[in-house]
Ligand binder design. Structure first.
Ligand SMILES: Nc1nc2c(ncn2[C@@H]2O[C@H](COP(=O)(O)OP(=O)(O)OP(=O)(O)O)[C@@H](O)[C@H]2O)c(=O)[nH]1
Ligand SMILES: [Mg+2]
Length: 441
């Protein structure tokens, strides 16, 4: 059965200057002819008047023709540029839908076809989705790098090395009496050990890629009335959280998203830490502590009205992932206190004192938690799971009592890598065997 020809609005829905409708599949050429367009020159924007079956004008626009296989999907693709009005888009969609063999595309179907035609692998397809969702520069950068094949090349290379090692092991098993190169077993296990080390290093990246993609989680914690909600509002420049001089104002976790120096950050304002004795506030404080535990970074906010006293419960939560800040610096008379003592940042949300410097420090920490800007960090939990499975299989292979069992584990390891890029085939193992050693003649 031949594939259906699919079409969809490729630009965002709604009113716009221009809308782009993409058509892909074996009937794409017939579809544009049916719309009344002359045969277009490949990859050239051509002026076109689109008509429906009754000959009524739909719109005056452009058509771009990408014949297979040199198109995004690998099939014949036409891009129809029309005016972005609802009536025009609906008229064109209805006309296309009425053509035989043509139907609306399902979600992700163009990319799926591109994958099926080998135009991109799974990591590139994921990167394309990430690029469309990217809201910050760092997310954009990471998605572009991955779309360019950074992860694909890395995983394909590992898989190639593994398949090679497996082929050599199969040779040792199947042809023990043949004239195999010397030390072949030692060499293949050295290669497996090296590969395992490479995978471990990649996994052990402190989840930078995932953080860039999903955002760095920052929790603001501190005693009641320190100005946590005021700081949150200042960061997002709007009244996201209620501020009042009543201690215990914030009870639930309040989350806001912001772009900090190009990095996606989720900041959580939490209930002030104290022995409240009030069931609702206690629950809020339990949530605050939970959020503090789960956060990538913490801002421990102390109340400058109490300074030099630092709240003990907050102080106890300070660790390497904490930026310690004293707010209400405007109430501190002794300006000498502001010397960077104890790693404390002094700010006043009220007057703006020290806030810009603190933001820069926060930005630096967020950058450190995210993608370092080079290399190809793994960006999804799916990658992590598959790589951990691969590493476990390699460990089992190394510990296996029989070469046959080791080979099975290496096969599982290769399959885990194959799942990452969406390529799982076994014939190539045989190919390598016969290319490397002319066994059996
Ligand atoms: N003088 C001074 N007052 C401030 C400053 N920042 C906040 N405040 C005041 O401190 C009080 C408490 O502020 P909030 O932001 O509600 O404090 P919070 O830490 O969220 O308090 P809880 O939600 O109760 O835990 C409010 O009256 C703010 O106006 C500051 O820099 N200087
Ligand atoms: Mg608050």
């Amino acid at each position: 059965m031949t594939a259906a020809t699919i079409f969809a609005l490729a630009s965002a829905p709604g009113r716009a200057g221009i809308a782009v409708v993409r058509v892909s599949g074996p009937d794409a050429a017939r579809a544009i002819t049916a719309l009344g367009c002359a045969a277009p020159v490949p990859r050239r924007a051509m002026r076109a008047k689109f008509h429906d079956a009754a000959g009524t004008l739909i719109d005056d626009g452009l058509v771009l023709w990408f014949p297979a296989p040199h198109s995004f999907t690998g099939e014949d693709v036409a891009e129809l540029h029309i005016h972005g009005g609802r009536a025009v888009i609906a008229h064109l969609s209805d006309t296309l839908c009425a053509l035989p063999g043509v139907r609306p595309a399902e979600a992700g179907e163009f990319t799926r076809r591109a994958f099926e035609h080998g135009k991109l692998d799974l990591t590139q397809a994921e990167a394309l989705a990430d690029l469309i969702d990217a809201e910050t520069r760092a997310q954009q950068r990471q998605a572009l790098r991955q779309m360019g094949g950074a992860l694909k090349e890395l995983y394909d290379d590992w898989r190639h090395r593994l398949v090679q090692a497996l082929a050599h092991l199969e040779a040792v098993i199947d042809f023990p009496d043949e004239d195999l190169p010397q030390n072949i077993a030692t060499r293949l296990w050295d290669e497996v050990t090296d590969l395992r080390a490479d995978i471990s290093r990649h996994l052990d990246d402190n989840q930078r890629g995932e953080r860039t993609r999903e955002g760095v989680h920052v929790a603001i914690i501190g005693p009641p009335n320190a100005g946590k909600s005021s700081l949150l509002n200042a960061l997002v420049r709007r009244d996201a959280a209620i501020v009042s001089d009543t201690p215990g104002t914030t009870r639930d976790v309040i989350e806001v998203h912001l772009d900090l120096g190009g990095y996606a950050v989720t900041i959580a304002d939490t209930a002030g830490l104290r022995d409240a004795g009030d069931a609702i506030e206690d629950e809020g404080i339990r949530r605050a502590r939970k959020r503090a535990r789960e956060a990538d970074l913490k801002i421990a906010l102390f109340d400058g009205a109490q300074f030099p006293l630092l709240d003990a419960a907050t102080h106890a939560l300070r660790d390497a992932k904490t930026l310690a800040v004293v707010n209400k610096a405007d109430l501190i008379r002794d300006a000498k206190s502001f010397d960077e003592r104890d790693g404390l940042h002094f700010i006043s949300v009220k007057t703006g004192f020290g806030v810009a410097e603190f933001l820069r420090a926060l930005e630096t920490r967020v950058r450190e938690e995210s993608d370092a800007g080079t290399g190809a960090p793994l960006s999804r939990a799916r990658h992590r799971v598959a790589l951990e499975e691969c590493r476990d299989s390699l460990d089992r292979a190394k510990a296996a009592p029989l070469p046959e069992l080791a080979a099975e584990d290496l096969r599982l390891a290769a399959r885990a890598l194959g799942r990452l890029t969406g390529r799982v085939d076994v014939d190539e193992i045989l190919d390598v065997v016969f290319r490397d050693f002319c066994i059996g003649k």
